[in-house]
Ligand binder design. Structure first.
Ligand code: COA
Ligand code: MG
Length: 326
């Protein structure tokens, strides 16, 4: 292991992060009572310019007055290139009470973007005597953001997670996507001809590079990597495959845009029971070895290395959080 110690962000369940437009107050109650691990109330792209002030007011009131249970609550502020963002931050800290956990910054491009929000938040929190420090979630959804992701990921102690956003990322890079977070038949390879001269087309995952880069930057800084939404909410099969794919890559969860996607995300980002069981056996074997003063410990005829023990600890902790939430 490196001599550099990375401290992990506070542990939170974040298998599903439900998008709720700040202008749609009719969704708030349903979101609060639903099974999403995290709710994000949106002030950015799901809200039209005419509705920005009223959406901000709705969100402030909902944070203060609604019972959100034990859910993690986040608000997506407007982009730092708009004239809405400073007022979003100030009103959230000054008017919404202490319930808010996180602020999601969209389209982060440089580490200075994060520094600027941290500075403003710190002043506002101190002036208000706020006890709970608001954490930051960062959406990486532009070419600039992905280019600078390593500096961005280490830009503030408030950062807890990095989120991918495929729709804006495609717009920024000029990628030709067909649906948000979906696949594209043009991003494919052809096999060589077989004996009969036939060739097969294999679709590829056009998001792989961005997702893999984001997961590394997040994990290297102790942050949670969260995949962006799957836009076609009438396609549960496509959503499930996309969620399983990012879970396999190391993502902790996925943003969802419709209540029907919550259960799929919760299932796909929960560790499989067999893996949790094995992790518990690994930790038990370690504990037994420690009590007996053994340096090296084995399980099922295989030596247990430090990496598999760490992985087992994370799995068991996540499983305990899931049991506590259900
Ligand atoms: N949060 C909470 N509840 C939601 C919801 C959401 N995001 N989306 C839908 N619902 C509720 C509806 O109110 C409805 O409730 P009811 O059965 O009690 O009447 C139920 O879920 C079924 O909704 P449905 O009729 O299928 O969808 P819709 O046409 O009302 O809304 C969208 C579809 C896509 C407009 C809506 O889901 C939405 O706005 N999602 C968020 C999009 C977003 O924020 N995008 C940007 C961020 S990535
Ligand atoms: Mg976006």
């Amino acid at each position: 292991m490196s001599f550099t110690q990375v401290s992990p962000a506070p542990a939170r369940l974040s298998r599903s992060t439900l998008a709720v437009p700040g202008s749609q107050t009719k969704f708030f109650e349903k979101a609060a009572k639903g099974l999403a691990d995290v709710i994000f109330l949106d002030l950015e792209d799901a809200v039209s310019p005419e509705e920005k002030p009223s959406a901000r007011k709705n969100v402030v009131e909902a944070l203060r007055d609604l019972d959100w249970g034990a859910k993690t609550l986040s608000v997506r502020i407007n982009g730092l290139d708009t004239h809405y963002a400073y007022r979003d931050i100030i009103d959230l800290v000054e008017l919404s009470g202490e319930r808010l956990d996180l602020i999601l910054i969209p389209k982060v491009g440089t580490a200075s973007d994060v520094y600027a929000v941290d500075m403003l938040l710190t002043q506002a929190e101190t002036a208000m005597g706020r006890k709970k420090r608001i954490g930051l979630e960062l959406q990486i959804e532009t070419a600039l953001g992905l280019q600078n992701i390593h500096e961005i990921a280490g830009a503030s102690k408030r950062i807890e997670s990095l989120h991918f956003g495929s729709g804006d990322f495609a717009a920024s890079t000029g990628a030709r996507n067909t649906s948000i977070g979906g696949s594209n038949p043009d991003y494919a390879v052809l096999t060589d001809k077989d004996a009969e001269g036939n060739r097969a087309t294999h679709w590829q995952d056009m998001w792989h590079y961005a997702l893999a880069r984001l997961v590394v930057a997040a994990r290297a800084n102790g942050l949670r990597p969260i995949d962006g939404p799957y836009g076609d909410f009438s396609d549960p099969e496509g959503m499930r495959v996309a969620a399983k794919r990012s879970a396999a890559l190391g993502f902790a969860g996925k943003m969802v845009i419709h209540p029907s996607q919550i259960a799929i995300a919760n299932e796909c980002f929960s560790p499989p029971p067999a893996e949790v069981e094995k992790a518990r056996r690994i930790l038990a074997a370690m504990e037994k070895g420690r009590r007996q003063g053994q340096g090296a410990v084995s399980l099922d005829g295989k030596l247990l290395d430090i990496a598999s023990i760490r992985q087992a600890e994370v799995l068991v902790k996540t499983a305990a959080m899931i049991e506590g939430a259900s």
